[in-house]
Design a protein around this ligand. Structure first.
Ligand SMILES: C[S@@+](CC[C@H](N)C(=O)[O-])C[C@H]1O[C@@H](n2cnc3c(N)ncnc32)[C@H](O)[C@@H]1O
Length: 217
């Protein structure tokens, strides 16, 4: 339901769908795609696997993943923004076994014990604070027993000048998501039941890539 997110954040994604990737490339001097690619390497999608791209935006990461899993695999992208979903469907219509669903991921999912991997990039901080835990719980249930999740996002616990930089950025562009600074991803993943949680810091600790598994072995 749209009402759970800040409406003007969703409106931003609706309006920027056709040029979102270009805009982000421009603003980050090309680093955005590089960071996404690095995060996908942590997921390491294999031929034949079923992968979910949570809050898939323009569908670019889902398209890379679809090529990695091949025709024996399956990729699902989920996003609340109708125009992001339409754009993804149009742009990647040639991809086999890839579907983009318009869905509010904070609401119950139909998938249980289905995916080998879930990928979430720059999306957890967009979700309403009280819904992040629930969304991680849905992710846990949607994974197969040996499944894994990779979450790439800002690192709210960064210290010193990094913290100041992130705070200024959030105050300018992400004011609605300032509560993300009190979000402890490691703790949340543990509470949900994830095991073998590893976090890798990137770009002086401003960003983090977290890999977690559903099972202990
Ligand atoms: C910052 S963009 C990131 C998109 C993509 N993952 C990437 O790395 O470029 C955040 C995306 O989350 C989506 N989103 C926000 N809240 C959502 C929700 N409750 N359910 C599904 N998608 C949501 C937005 O529509 C947007 O496409």
């Amino acid at each position: 339901m749209l009402a759970t997110n800040s409406n003007h954040r969703i409106a931003f994604f609706e309006n920027s769908a056709p040029y979102y990737d270009f805009l982000l490339s421009l603003l980050t001097f090309g680093q955005y795609a590089k960071f996404q690619k690095m995060a996908v390497e942590f997921l390491a999608p294999q031929p034949g696997e079923k992968i979910l791209d949570l809050c898939s935006g323009t569908g670019r990461v889902a398209s890379w993943t679809a090529r990695a899993v091949g025709s024996g695999g399956e990729v699902v992208g989920m996003d609340i923004s109708q125009r992001m979903v339409e754009w993804s469907r149009k742009r990647y219509k040639e991809l086999e076994k890839t579907q983009f669903l318009q869905k509010d991921v904070t609401q119950p999912w139909e998938y249980q014990n289905h995916f080998d991997g879930i990928f979430v990039s720059f999306a957890l901080h967009e979700l309403p604070e009280e819904k992040r835990l629930t969304t991680l719980e849905y992710s846990f249930l949607a994974l197969k027993e040996k499944g894994r999740i990779v979450i790439a996002d800002f690192h709210p616990q960064v210290l010193g000048i990094g913290k100041m930089t992130l705070l200024v950025f959030f105050k300018l562009f992400e004011r609605d998501n300032l509560n993300f600074f009190s979000f402890d991803l490691y703790d949340m993943l543990k509470r949900v039941g994830f095991k073998r949680i590893k976090t890798f810091l990137v770009l002086a600790g401003l960003f983090q890539i977290t890999l977690a598994h559903r099972s202990a072995d």
